[in-house]
Design a protein around this ligand. Structure first.
Ligand code: PGA
Length: 249
């Protein structure tokens, strides 16, 4: 089994004061872990987080990136701007971006290619709604997100992508997918990558589970063979909880 990758998604939370308190508490708690750790912070916290994380084992991440190098894209941010500030990984296509801000598989694909070109670790989110799960449409929907979202990548590029399976019905709801549901769905997603990029590549790709993962359920989820880590929202805002997830497996 691979070492785990645990990434915090702070979403639109944490002022400078909160960031300082949270990271100051978190750094010593996770310093000895064998696992890879990242925090994906709001843009306004990037400079401060970079300063606080310097010399630590916590990677700095952002929550989106635009496909263009620069230009008239009000409200967006470029890969160059993030790279200049020490960002190493970036979330792309989170369901909140897809649901509230019109993100599509096509824009995900363009953002993904920009992130790869800049050498970031892209954390690309996929996941179905409750209605789709209940209608038995999960696999078809994920297959399409994968086909369109990862279109045009080489196997060398695909291996650098982290895929976060986040069922929309589990995000921020306190309802976690069971470990069997998460395992089965991620194994399906991995099989789609195997079809597209070869089995060996698909085995090496990191697949995270996200959706109400917390310090209590992390161990059993992370113990499943296809779950290589977690993308953590709510529980990443509390240093002790996030650290327990990092150390859970
Ligand atoms: P949650 O969020 O852990 O609060 O459910 C996960 C995510 O949206 O990345």
């Amino acid at each position: 089994m691979k070492n785990k990758f645990i990434a915090g998604n702070w979403k639109m939370n944490n002022t400078a004061e909160d960031t300082e308190a949270l990271l100051t508490a978190l750094i010593p708690l996770v310093k000895d872990t064998k696992n890879r750790v990242a925090v994906c912070v709001p843009y306004t916290d990037i400079c401060l987080a970079r300063k606080l994380l310097k010399g630590t084992n916590i990677e700095l991440g952002a929550q989106n990136v635009h496909w263009a190098d620069y230009g008239a894209f009000t409200g967006e941010i470029s890969a160059e701007m993030l790279a200049e500030k020490g960002v190493k990984c970036v979330i792309i296509g989170h369901s909140e971006r897809r649901g509230y801000f019109g993100e599509t598989n096509q824009t995900v694909n363009m953002r993904l290619k920009a992130a790869l070109a800049k050498g970031f670790t892209p954390i690309v989110c996929i996941g179905e709604s409750l209605e789709q799960r209940q209608n038995g449409e999960t696999e078809d929907f994920l297959a399409q997100q994968i086909k369109e979202g990862f279109e045009g990548l080489t196997a060398e590029q695909a291996v650098r992508v982290v895929v976060a399976y986040e069922p929309i019905w589990a995000i921020g709801t306190g309802v976690t997918a069971t470990k069997e549901q998460a395992q089965e769905t991620i194994a399906f997603a991995r099989s789609k990558f195997a079809e597209a990029f070869g089995k060996e590549t698909a085995e090496r790709i990191y697949f995270l589970y996200g959706g109400s993962m917390n310090e209590k359920n992390a161990k059993e989820l992370l113990g499943m063979p296809d779950i290589d880590g977690g993308l953590i929202g709510g529980a990443s805002l509390v240093a002790e909880k996030f650290a327990k997830i990092v150390e859970a497996f």
